[in-house]
Design a binder for this molecule. Sequence first.
Ligand code: GLN
Length: 479
Amino acid sequence: MKNLYELTVVEALKLLESREITSFELVTSCLNRIEEMEPTINAFIHISKESALEQAKAIDEKRAKGEKLGRLAGIPYSLKDVYNTKDLPTTAGSKVLEGYVSPYDATVQRKLQSKDAILIGKTNCDPFGFGSSTENSAYGITHNPIDTERVPGGSSGGSGAAVQYGGGLFSIGEDTGGSIRCPASFCGIVGLKPTYGRVSRYGSIAYASSYDTVGPMTKDVRDSALILEIIAGIDELDATTSNDPVPTYQSTLDTSLKGKRVGVVKEYLGEGVDSDVKDAILKAIEVYKELGCEIVEISLPNTEYAIAAYYVIGISEASSNLARMDGIRFGLDVNTNEWKEKIIKTRGEGFSPEEKRRVMVGTYALSAGYADKYYNKAQQVRAVLKQDMLKAFENVDILLTPTMPVTAPKIGENTDDPLKMWLMDAFTVTINPVGVPALSIPAGKDSNGMPIGMQLIGPHFGEDILYNFAYQYEQKVKE
Ligand code: GLN
């Protein structure tokens, strides 16, 4: 018998519904696990022990009385600390927001609460999502539970580590350029970056508003499909959400893949990709062949410009979004009433080097005289990247790539070279400027036993297609 914290959401729901376990037992198991792991892992910024146990008791009582319960009744989960919550502080991983408590809940939190899920804590992340390793957080580094000398990926590294070790059964991450997929890949779990506009961003502290997405991080594909069914959909508080109906993603998981077409992007298996990662992807291609798929080589010829375009637009938007961290609207109380000094001190003391770097470079890229050269040029590249991707989907159902070119690096390995860290995102950052969905699932291990992630990319609103392909693969390699 597994420990309760090891269960998937779907497994736990079955046991809760048949009354073989109580939510109190499940939440206690996750809390004990958190207590055991946190001294070495540091996946959480805030833990909500008392209120999680109280909620669990209340749900168990309701269940005992036969009252109607939500679809996730009694399931403990965590939220990346960029989501506003009324009952716990929200820091976005930055010192500038230390102690901040939001007066309202993010839509994703409201939706999960309305289904009786139980928030167990808020997870560590790079400040405002700026990073790929969770080493930039003001609240300490998160360690990878599989090898504690390595990073868990980022920026949703706390969520990746928490789901991996069982600190809650799932987590909600945020992905601007890979922040869900990278930690999913490094921690050996499943992470979905949904189509832009599929899940409401209301109450998510913005990094780059035209890229940001909200998505589930789970132990397997079915859990991801279930959670997306709950959090997706139109929201009157986020004008960029789509009114496309939300499918029941779980109902198409079993569809046969015979005759379907998988595109393998040749630019994503070239130089710079670790040989173990490459081998794992080649093996996955064989699995899809066995499942009856046709493999088609695809070219995304402008891939080499994607990182530059992504970062120019991303940090331009970030510099604008972070303008509100001025000590007046939001941010540290620096104990001066002279407004200019207040702004300078709030940012000087509240921002880490990475936050300062992004605000400064983003402001520069937007400034008069340079906007045409950098920001507008990057938007043109974005349009070309989108065309390339849409063209690829005329020929194939999905694209298959590595999620990351490498497995989890050692802590400190890249910290003195920010450019190297940015370049690691080559395969994830093309997705957000285009807005399509992408899913990272485990696809074997490297020679050190570290997980390798495979990225499946689908057309806009094609999450059902991604889940179908991912589930078929997952079941096949389990055999
Ligand atoms: N690592 C990327 C960056 O630093 C992506 C971050 C994210 O998706 N929030 O911009």
